[in-house]
Design a binder for this molecule. Structure first.
Ligand SMILES: [Zn+2]
Length: 55
């Protein structure tokens, strides 16, 4: 299952949600695990960007 990373706009905590694609397409935002707010935004971590230069 895919994982999505979110950041909470209330407390600025990031958290990872494991969600089905169908759930994600419905734009169902999860509640913040820290404060329970649904004022969250999807967050793209730079950690997941792996540059593989093989020249
Ligand atoms: Zn929060």
């Amino acid at each position: 299952m895919p994982t999505y990373e979110y950041i909470c706009k209330e407390c600025n905590k990031t958290f990872v949600v494991i969600s089905t694609i169908s759930q994600h397409e419905k734009d169902q935002k999860p509640a913040c695990v820290n404060c329970g707010s649904k004022n969250v935004e999807q967050y793209y971590s730079s950690v997941t960007v792996i540059t593989s230069k093989k020249s």
